[in-house]
Design a protein around this ligand. Sequence first.
Ligand code: ADP
Length: 399
Amino acid sequence: MSTLVLVVNTGSSSLKYSLVDADTGDELADGLVEQIGESSGAVTHRSGGEERRDEREVADHEAALRAALDAFDEHGPSLDEVDVRAVGHRVVHGGARFSSPALVDDDLVDAVTSLVPLAPLHNPANLEGLAVARKLFPDLPQVAVFDTAFHQTLPEHAYTYAVPRSWREEHQIRRYGFHGTSYAFVSRAAADLLDKPVEETNLVVLHLGNGCSATAVAGGRSVETSMGLTPLEGLVMGTRSGDLDPAVHAHLHRQLGWALEKIDGVLNKESGLKGLAGENDFRRLVQLRADGDEGARLAFDVYCHRIRKYVGAYYAVLGRVDAIVFTAGVGENSAAVRACSLAGLERLGIEVDESANGVGRITEPTRVSTDASEVAVLVVPTNEEWEIARQTMAVVGGL
Ligand code: ADP
């Protein structure tokens, strides 16, 4: 029986899609519709080892999904000829309500809508994705897979901010955490590589992409994570500051008279590596640093220092650590970040093996620590599309 799932990830101005076999992870096609709502739209579709880019205007999210379906018709595989079982949607914020993936129906749409205040940048776009896919695939079951769900196992003392009761109870101010599908996938794959049941494995997982976060995973369950109410908290990211004194908002407001929205915008879009070095793409940052750029040097040092701080903190949270795991664009590709952020931690039983680490891009789960390293250091490529497809089939399998 087919286990093909169309995975859809809708952003405010983009729609990513992927046709994935939930059993094997094979990707039959994937693509990206960009610049939705602007005159300079484009559809990039990859299938059969070829990539085609079609520049066309894409008026809205419905036009975007229709453009993706046109690309399937034109370049294959035809969705009429393969047996697609379900549509799996990435939804960013599931609040405290969703601790697992869920079938999309009117109640779910209402619940995701009620969470918009917690994720004003992301949930409205995800809702667009749900609406247009339900319209264009009325006969297929649709499943929402939440970025926050994996972290619903956080203990109360880890998810609670020290703020007044009314903020916590009436406004749901607490730590939620994100990148959950990636953590679910990577934790299992890391345990497999260590040849241990995931239930007996303690990990510090570092998801370092455009957005970056760290999670302490004890026995397959998230027990601490660096992103909070929103994805702004924690590690230094491409354009987000990560941790900073919350009094910075009040200070800037007093000094410059800036509205909070403006400060929030700068912390989300103009900070992080971009704020430090004028460059948020890590590949180009590395190049600038190699060319002697002072801002890039500082950005790299701040980035690695923040990771190191979290590794130490999460070591203490877990008590015993089997492995530190690097994943996502930077984690999988940058030997320099792995080496720099873990340098000098031999006393904690962490020792990176220079030759295993320094082999450039790592595409398979790989151990990059020395044999003597008590804590393994692993690189495990993430595969969020496969995880969404798997979780989608787990929901619709019994339908
Ligand atoms: P997203 O969070 O959007 O899924 P990715 O996981 O794809 O992002 O990570 C994107 C980041 O990975 C970018 O900053 C990119 O520059 C970086 N990256 C990709 N390849 C390399 C590389 N070879 N060396 C260093 N950084 C890389």
